[in-house]
Design a protein around this ligand. Structure first.
Ligand code: 5GP
Length: 195
């Protein structure tokens, strides 16, 4: 289904699109989980990933978990708005649910990595890109090593990615420092104009 003339998601409608990005371990998913809890009416895009579920993760809630062939098929069929490889796994945003909501003028929040944020910047220049920054580098290392769910080589890859991602802050429209999850949620919801 194509969008009617003048309502392309590349145009003004994309203003309703907010992209939350930032280094792995900075707390993006905690912020998103808190918004889900306190504002269940806010629709959050659910990404597709080839990563294995962590304990407590449910298919269709945090992610849609697919195998490599399933991900290849989504890419080939143009079903992903953006996708990226991150620390050995692939992650992508299903295109259709996002476009449908934007076409209805509803706010949309994507929580994606830096490569994905750059793709959205190119394809939808009017989207608002929000960078979630850690209070300090030491705090980010503590969070990444303290999660206890990943083996050391995975943590090392994520720290490497985090160094690169921190340097990208200037590409974003807004920076929020994650000193308090509640404050970040409030600021993000205000940006999205959700009361
Ligand atoms: P995790 O494995 O910790 O859940 O996520 C790893 C990274 O992938 C995080 O930085 C997260 O923001 C990013 N990510 C999650 N979903 C998507 C997506 O749909 N697209 C892109 N580009 N990155 C994603």
């Amino acid at each position: 289904m194509s969008a009617p003339e003048g309502s392309s998601t590349h145009g003004p409608l994309a203003r309703r699109l907010t992209v939350l990005s930032g280094p792995s371990g900075v707390g993006k998913s905690t912020v998103v989980a808190e918004i889900r809890r306190s504002h269940p009416e806010v629709w959050l895009s659910v990404s597709v990933t080839t990563r294995a579920p962590r304990p407590g993760e449910t298919d269709g809630v945090q992610y849609f978990f697919v195998d490599d062939a399933g991900f290849d098929r989504l890419v080939a069929e143009g079903e992903l708005l953006e996708w990226a490889e991150f620390a050995g796994n692939r992650y992508g945003t299903p295109r259709r649910p996002v476009e449908e909501r934007l076409a209805r003028g509803e706010p949309v929040l994507l929580e994606i990595d830096l490569q994905g944020a750059r793709q959205v910047r190119r394809s939808m220049p009017q989207a608002r890109l929000v960078f979630l920054a850690p209070p300090s580098w030491e705090e980010l290392v503590r969070r990444l090593t303290g999660r206890g769910t990943e083996p050391p080589d995975v943590i090392e890859r994520r720290l490497e990615a985090a160094r690169v991602e921190l340097a990208a802050e200037k590409e974003f429209d807004v920076t929020l420092v994650n000193t308090s999850v509640q404050d970040v949620c409030d600021e993000l919801l205000a940006l999205m104009a959700v009361q």
